[in-house]
Design a protein around this ligand. Structure first.
Ligand SMILES: [Fe+2]
Ligand SMILES: [Fe+2]
Length: 480
């Protein structure tokens, strides 16, 4: 199953933690902003109401004074009252932007202290903010062309409406400044905490990376004797220790497997040696009754093995030829001695009996479980076939003859020629080779003859080293 690719640990951590930090900062920022705004508004209202009450008190005392002296209809006193209220209002101003305005019922300006604006704009603002049914009114928005906060109230004795306002920004500027600072702080906190998280994760990942690298080295090099060093005593260390336990187990299992493989290899060699020994015994059984010598069977195996090698066969095939070819005449155990040991002059009937050694050999070996013995069966059956089709038992021609049979046929004849038999003398090495060459394309496969000639010196070595008789005569014959 293919593992789904996921984001790295640090990215996942950032994606998880940053929204939490930023979110909580934002929520607390918004709440703080709301409370601060409420506080500012409250202070602003109290201050404005206080000024309104103060002005009302002043107007009342002045008006009561006129009433007490019955001067309320005297225009000069009224004018003086107006000036006094205006002067008092000026003393109430504390900063630029504050504005106290009084209008009569017809919206004529009685006095305006502080900010001054165009009449039209003012008229419109006042119309939009008239206390209705003598109810005071709060102003929070455009007034006189600017964002203002303030209070509008009636002075019933004089029939005036007074507006005490201030620029909104003079109250809220600081709050905006706090908001801006807070936003910057949130962004900076997010960036700085991201960096810290990244650094922390990198630092925390370092031991894990070391452990992973060690593990990779061990797995790639199959070096289970090596151990991961647990850098620290935490989960990563625990992982390293667990991996080491697994390596211990693998190392033991590997050693056991190696031991088993060695034992098996030894057992195979043992079996192979015994098989060779058995084959050797078997070959010697066939030699026992045969005028051919024990060394003949062995030599033909060697010649055949060299030819197989020269053909470019595998090492296994060359080895198989070494051990299977000596069995070529094993069928002779089934031939009566009178025929087998007759030195010459076999009758046609006797010859026919003699020729059955190939099929007897085949029958004896063909059903064996051993590949060498089964190859021996094919070799036994085909080693008397000839290239031109004049051989037996099948009269097979050319490449219809199995190649193992073609090779065996050649080396068998060569060795028979080159060694002495009770009924004939040995030809010397060169003469025997010449005969093989002469019979190329008649008895033997021309390609194998050519290989034989190419490998002549290797054949000569076998001929000398494993000759029937290590006497000088054999060596001389070989060297002549
Ligand atoms: Fe034979
Ligand atoms: Fe033979």
């Amino acid at each position: 199953m293919e593992n789904k690719r996921v984001l790295g640990l640090s990215t996942r951590l950032l994606l998880f933690i940053i929204p939490i930090i930023a979110g909580s900062l934002l929520v607390s920022g918004i709440l703080t902003g709301l409370y601060a705004e409420r506080g500012v508004k409250k202070a602003m209202s109290r201050l404005t109401v206080y000024k309104a009450e103060d002005l009302t008190r002043h107007v009342s005392s002045q008006w009561n004074l006129l009433l007490e002296n019955e001067l309320q209809d005297d225009m000069a006193y009224l004018e003086s009252l107006k000036r006094s209220i205006s002067s008092y209002s000026i003393t109430m101003l504390r900063e630029d932007g504050e504005w106290i305005l009084a209008v009569d019922e017809d919206l004529n300006i009685i006095f305006s202290v502080g900010a001054s604006v165009a009449d039209e704009l003012l008229r419109e603002s006042v119309l939009n903010n008239r206390p209705i049914n003598s109810e005071d009114i709060w102003i929070d928005g455009k007034f006189g062309g600017k964002e203002r906060f303030g209070y509008g109230f009636n002075l019933p004795a004089l029939g005036w409406t007074v507006y005490i306002t201030n620029l909104r920004r003079s109250f809220f500027d600081d709050l905006s400044y706090i908001r801006l600072n807070y936003t910057i702080m949130v962004i900076l906190t997010a960036i700085i905490s991201s960096l810290f998280i990244l650094l922390y994760v990198r630092r925390s990942m370092r031991p894990l990376k070391t452990v992973i690298n060690d593990m990779q080295g061990i797995v790639l090099n199959r070096d289970f004797g090596k151990r991961v060093s647990p850098v620290q005593n935490d989960e990563v260390g625990e992982l390293a220790r667990k991996f080491n336990l697994m390596s211990d187990y693998l190392e033991r299992a590997m050693n056991r497997l190696i031991h088993i493989a060695h034992s098996q290899a030894e057992a195979r060699i043992e079996i192979r040696n015994r098989e060779r020994e058995t084959l050797d015994v078997l070959s010697r059984v066939s030699d026992h009754k045969d005028p051919e010598t024990a060394r003949h069977t062995s030599r033909v195996g060697m010649y055949a093995s060299v030819l197989s090698e020269l053909r470019g066969d595998s090492l296994e095939e060359a080895d198989l030829m070494r051990w299977a070819v000596p069995l070529h005449d094993i069928g002779k155990v089934g031939i009566p001695d009178v025929i087998l040991l007759k030195e010459k002059g076999l009758t046609a009937k006797e010859r026919a009996v003699m020729e059955t050694h190939v099929s007897i050999g085949y029958e004896v070996l063909k059903d064996s479980a051993s590949s060498i013995l089964r190859a021996g069966a094919d070799i036994a059956l085909s080693h008397h076939e000839k290239w031109n089709g004049s051989g037996y038992p099948g009269g097979l021609k050319g490449k219809d003859i199995p190649v193992r049979g073609r090779i065996t046929g050649l080396v068998d004849v060569f060795d028979a020629l080159a060694t002495a038999r009770p009924y004939k003398k040995a030809w010397n090495f060169e003469r025997s080779v010449e005969w093989i060459q002469e019979r190329s394309g008649i008895d033997f496969d021309p390609e194998i003859v050519e290989l034989f000639l190419n490998g002549k010196e290797r054949m000569r070595t076998i001929y000398i080293e494993y000759g029937d008789d290590s006497s000088e005569s054999v060596r001389e014959s070989a060297l002549s």
